[in-house]
Design a protein around this ligand. Structure first.
Ligand code: KG4
Ligand code: ZN
Length: 393
């Protein structure tokens, strides 16, 4: 089954053709990041206009790259929530029009669900390799249910319990800033370019993560809070520079040396990752039956998070189990791909391939496939609406 998928929830115009939920036939992403780097953030109206210019060429390119035409497409999938209103409108209007013109079923997909399903995507070489060994049906390196997903993006920070496909229970969420937003705001304080996540990660490479001690928020249960961490960075920078707390954040960077910036970036990144993993570990205590930990969203690209999850975190889990957990494969930095047939009861850790951590349409196609195979009905292309905010259900 071939699905044409479209994603325009924020500042990436993306289209992909995905076969049977896991095989990517094409994946085209046109990013507006260069436009917004000049402003230090996304301007919604500009994003919508850029989507309008890019969407038809991007869809055409996705069909061309996959060597398919409309008649080969079995269904169309599109992100309809959450996101920027104007951005979502361009993607959904395109998908609705194509669904009506081509007479194809239309699937409206939640953006966070797509991020989670990025973990089901396999590049063509891997798919073929797997198929040779697995009789075309059993993808042995895919997440298994029940699972716990840590969704970490620019707009969301949630722990979601997923007992089976298409069934979501949010068990933890941020009470203020999202983790990606926090990376972006701390980057601004340090005078690092937009988007902040990759800038912090790069700057931190030369830094000492132990140099500045930043607090862990005291939020009970599985909820998160990141606004205090951002303020802690602000206050520590002001204090280190001997400046009053009234000094605006945009004036601070010029008082910091490159080494201080790197040390702040490394200390913040390490603390933020520890907070995320502590909560995931707590979530595991409430759901010890989870067989997989699935990371999702833009922040899951972070290498320090991957290293901490796959090594320190795994060791902590090991202590919780009488049977040794599965060993990370040598490719574990991109996907903790181990053999589920092992007798271990420790959850297997999955990260999307780095190229699927940010917004893309291939993950939308993957999510739609698992709706279709579960018998979920398509949406009405004449009435589909968008919603800037909506929880995954
Ligand atoms: O999932 P995403 O592409 O868009 C949303 O759905 O929000 O996430 C974007 C967020 C941004 O805040 C960006 O700074 C962050 O992901 N990000 C990172 C990294 N790469 C992107 N954060 C930390 N480390 C990274 N390597
Ligand atoms: Zn996203």
């Amino acid at each position: 089954m071939k699905i044409l998928a479209i994603e325009t929830s924020c500042d990436e115009t993306a289209a992909a053709v995905v076969e049977d939920g896991t095989h990517i036939l094409s994946n085209v992403v046109v990013s507006q990041v260069d436009i917004f780097a000049a402003y230090g953030g996304v301007i919604p109206e500009v994003a919508a206009r850029s989507h309008l210019e890019a969407i038809l060429p991007v869809v055409n390119q996705a069909l061309r790259d996959a060597s398919v035409t409309a008649s080969d497409i079995d269904a169309i999938a599109v992100t309809h929530t959450p996101g920027l209103v104007g951005s979502l409108l361009i993607g959904t209007l395109t998908a609705r029009t194509l669904a009506i013109l081509w007479n194809k079923p239309l699937y409206a997909i939640h953006h966070l669900k797509s991020h989670i399903y990025a973990n089901w995507l396999t590049p063509p070489e891997t798919s073929h390799e797997q198929n040779r060994h697995s009789n075309h049906s059993n993808h042995s390196n895919l997440p298994t249910f029940p699972l716990l997903s840590l969704v970490i993006s620019g707009g969301h920070t949630q722990i979601i319990y997923i007992p089976q496909h298409n069934n979501f229970e949010i068990i933890g969420t941020t009470r203020d800033d999202a983790i990606g937003e926090c990376f972006d705001k701390v980057a601004k304080i340090l005078g690092l370019p937009y988007p902040g996540g990759p800038s912090i990660a790069k700057c931190a490479l030369n830094g000492d993560s132990q140099r500045y001690h930043l607090p862990h928020p005291k939020v009970s249960g599985l909820d998160f809070s990141f606004s205090g961490l951002k303020t802690a960075v602000l206050r520590t920078v002001q204090s280190v520079c001997n400046l009053p707390i009234t000094t605006p954040s945009f004036e601070l960077a010029k008082h910091l040396s490159d080494q201080q910036k790197s040390d702040f970036a490394a200390s913040f990144q390490s603390t933020a990752c520890d907070i995320l993993l502590e909560k995931l570990q707590m979530a595991h205590q409430t759901h010890p039956e989870a067989l997989s930990f699935v990371f999702a969203g833009g922040v899951s690209a972070n290498q320090v998070l991957r290293d901490k999850a796959l090594h320190g975190f795994l060791n902590a889990l090991k202590r919780d189990f009488s049977v040794a957990p599965t060993t990370p494969s040598k490719h574990s930095s991109t996907k903790h791909n181990s053999n589920p047939s092992t007798t271990s009861t420790s959850p297997v850790i999955f990260f999307p391939e780095p190229r699927f951590t940010g917004d893309n349409a291939a993950m939308v196609g993957a999510a739609a496939f698992f709706e279709i195979t579960a018998g979920i009905s398509p949406t009405n292309p004449y009435t589909l609406s968008i919603a800037p905010r909506h929880d995954l259900q």
